[in-house]
Design a protein around this ligand. Structure first.
Ligand code: PMP
Length: 352
């Protein structure tokens, strides 16, 4: 019997695996979420928009672009919003790739990369991280061919934590042909305190083939509302705006994002608390003998290899994210839950 068939890529496309729910939200350290509840001012503005849910949102996202432009010091036409930065990434790759094109990306990195690449009809070229879990940008540059259309760079890298430095990026960009699009995924940029780390927005100046992806999901704590954006050359932002499904981003999400940008001082205090916890967790793990790569995001990476699934099960009721055969990523959450995780990690080591 004949039946409608999706493109053949679906025969091998892996499903996106999200972090497992925990028995309570506070115990969920598996999705790099922000442990703080919404700020009252943000909740209030979003609630006002909830009362208008019979209306379509502003497809032009004018309030978002105005607010981001003022906050980031970029022009409005350099921006393109979407349903989370992952939504923007899917749209971007679909807009820039054709069958046969190659996309070079680091691996292990964000698990949506191979899915977005395959879905765009392109061929993924994953490049192994270095031993310290950072990008091997030399190998990534070596992997660029005539067929390469896009290179993905993730700083800090999810799930391992290291950043790309400014010098590393400059040396890399000098080797990238001008018709290859470089995407710096900065989903965790606000947690970075490393002085030499690349700052995507600074790197944009004078470059026509570079874009930065940012999100309100992590530092701003709006993961459930699905809102992220791209900053880049107007010609690229314009293509992404055209390729985005109409009305993809709700006015509820936009109102929350704009209110968050106005509440940046309060959010900054929360960020400092998360960063301080991250440093404490990393120090405690290292003191216990764990081999933890430097992390500049809101998570730590334990390279547990074949023990990853067992370790994740051992951490229950704390829910952490295991990558089978590779390692375990643990989000920085509430201090009491981080402490519970550290106790579980210490117990694991003591038993070995
Ligand atoms: N990029 C990276 C590196 C991420 O880790 C994530 C979220 N896990 C995203 C992008 C997507 O975030 P969102 O779609 O919520 O903006």
């Amino acid at each position: 019997m004949a039946f409608p068939r999706p493109r053949s890529v679906f025969e091998r496309l892996p499903a996106y695996r999200a972090g497992k729910p925990a028995y309570s939200d506070a115990y969920k350290l598996s999705s790099n979420e922000n442990p703080f509840p919404p700020l009252p001012s943000v909740l209030e503005r979003a609630s006002t928009e909830l009362g208008r849910m019979n209306r379509y949102p502003d497809a032009g996202m004018a309030a978002l672009y105005r607010s981001l432009s003022a906050r980031l010091g970029v022009e409005e036409d350099q921006l393109a919003g979407g349903t989370g930065s992952v939504g923007v990434l899917f749209t971007l790759l679909a807009a820039f790739c054709e069958a046969g094109d190659e996309v070079v990306y680091p691996w292990r990195s964000f698990e949506a990369y191979p899915i977005a690449v395959d879905l765009a009809g392109a061929t993924g070229v994953p490049i192994a991280l270095r031993d310290d879990a950072s990008h091997d940008l030399d190998a990534m540059a070596d992997a660029i061919t005539e067929a390469t259309r896009v290179v993905l760079v993730c700083s800090p890298n999810n799930p391992t934590g290291p950043v790309v430095t400014r010098d590393e990026l400059d040396a890399f960009l000098a080797r990238v042909p001008s018709d290859v699009l470089v995407v710096i995924d900065e989903a965790y940029a606000e947690f970075v305190r490393h002085p030499a780390a690349v700052r995507g927005l600074d790197a944009l100046a004078g470059r026509d083939n570079l874009v930065v992806l940012r999100t309100f999901s992590k530092a701003y704590g709006l993961a459930g509302l699905r809102i992220g954006f791209l900053v880049g050359p107007p010609a690229i932002a314009s293509v992404v705006r055209t390729a985005t499904a109409p009305f993809a981003v709700t006015d509820i999400a936009i109102a929350a994002a704009v209110a968050s940008l106005e509440a940046v001082d309060e959010l900054e205090q929360r960020l400092e608390a998360i960063v301080a916890e991250r440093e404490d967790v990393m120090t405690a793990l290292r003191a216990d003998g764990w081999d933890v790569p430097d992390t500049h995001a809101n998570f730590v990476w334990l390279p547990l290899g074949a023990d990853s699934l067992d370790f994740a099960a051992h951490c229950a009721p704390v829910s952490v994210r295991a990558f089978d055969g590779e390692g375990v990523r643990v989000t920085i959450g509430d201090p009491e839950i981080n402490a519970e995780f550290l106790t579980a990690a210490a117990r694991w080591r003591a038993a070995r």
